[in-house]
Design a protein around this ligand. Sequence first.
Ligand code: AMP
Length: 495
Amino acid sequence: MTKFTDLNLDPKVLKAISEAGYEHPTPIQAGAIPHALQGKDVLGIAQTGTGKTASFTLPMITMLAKGRARARMPRSLVLCPTRELAAQVAENFDTYAKYVKLTKALLIGGVSFKEQDMLIDRGVDVLIATPGRLLDHFERGKLLLTGVQIMVVDEADRMLDMGFIPDIERIFSLTPFTRQTLFFSATMAPEIERITNTFLSAPARIEVARQATTGENITQGVVMFKGSRKDREPSEKRRLLRDLIEAEGEALTNAIVFCNRKVDVDIVAKSLKKYGLDAAPIHGDLDQSTRTRTLDGFRDGSLKLLVASDVAARGLDVPSVSHVFNFDVPSHAEDYVHRIGRTGRAGRNGKAVMICIPRDEKNLADIEKLVEKPIPRLDAPAGSATADPAEDIAAEDTTASSSRSRSSRSSSSRSSSSSRSSSSSRSSAPRESAAPRETEEAAAPAAPAREEAPKPERSPSRGRSSSRGSDNATPGMGDHMPSFIALSFEERKAV
Ligand code: AMP
């Protein structure tokens, strides 16, 4: 087995790694670090949880340890799709570079330009940014990218989903041709392949197994569930969730419960709390301080169950999540991979249990096609089919209305459009699955709002090349296409 000391990393980096408690490099680290240190381009096909962040931060710190940054000319650039991921990458730099003198700046929306300008003016070794904010700075003439020696693109597949590919192409074109590129993506969609063929030069391709889907460290299962009556199905499903959680007993130390819609995140969290479970919701309609408090509580172990939307939980790094529950089957198969990848991180064991109602069977089939294996069917814990609906429905009503009022106050057009969609679909229950997904912008939880009102990251609508969009784009709808529009006429009738 490779050791960190075999990798030619700076001794100061090795010291920080050992203090972080890492014993051995993960496969993506063992594969990518030697190539990166030789100055080669790297194409890393790996998802979160594999240790991919350290696979680019450790060689970067080693390489940047020598030399000094000039004003407004960062020496390296890390592009991340969301504010939270960018903030997490910045934390990684802090951890691993604690014995190396490096300056860094984090350019994300929701933080004042002035403060970020000051940092850039002083000169930074590492600039970590979301694409939109970076281009905003560039266009204001405050930043030159001609000094970038190393450029990292992290979670390129997410960038594609969010329509950031045109921005990425532009940023590539603003950096020197001689730069070294470290490019990471969980999947290689044709559009990603095209970008890598265009901008990477003879890259070392390191592909780690899709750990979260095929790894034996995550036990997966799905409970096929049909309510006793259509109108009782939601509350019976919540009861099933409680029973599934309770059936795990002591093995469950903490869990993330995923719902497809923000309004269900609220309802499910409220319902779990009502039945004595330690749960709190996180989604994009909650204010920043609530989200931060909830995430901190989950990270430090004082909160056991985090009920989340996909976007709010993205990039959330809690290494020891014992369980993931999919209250809903995600409507995009790749979200399943991301969701269950929250457990079983860094080689630990994890368990992922999903509830599938008849309407979601097609989505389940899509997931099984993507992960190339069937998800074992589980029996519902005894007695789960009957609910205690009266109490629970009351919880649903109050939560739904409070969510509606919050939505109507939302200031961002993107978040308000998604909130509107959520709340309006709430009022017509049979159309639940037709609700559009929460947008990244609405949920990006990491940026503290300071002098300015949070400004949307550069509009991804400029990106006409969303992976989803490339197959089924609807002109004029940008990323906000309600998913029911993509349904066939027969499917629309069915919802
Ligand atoms: P990432 O895939 O970068 O999101 O990393 C997932 C988690 O693995 C993070 O919590 C890291 O702190 C942790 N990690 C990264 N590298 C190692 C390693 N070599 N050994 C143990 N844990 C690691």
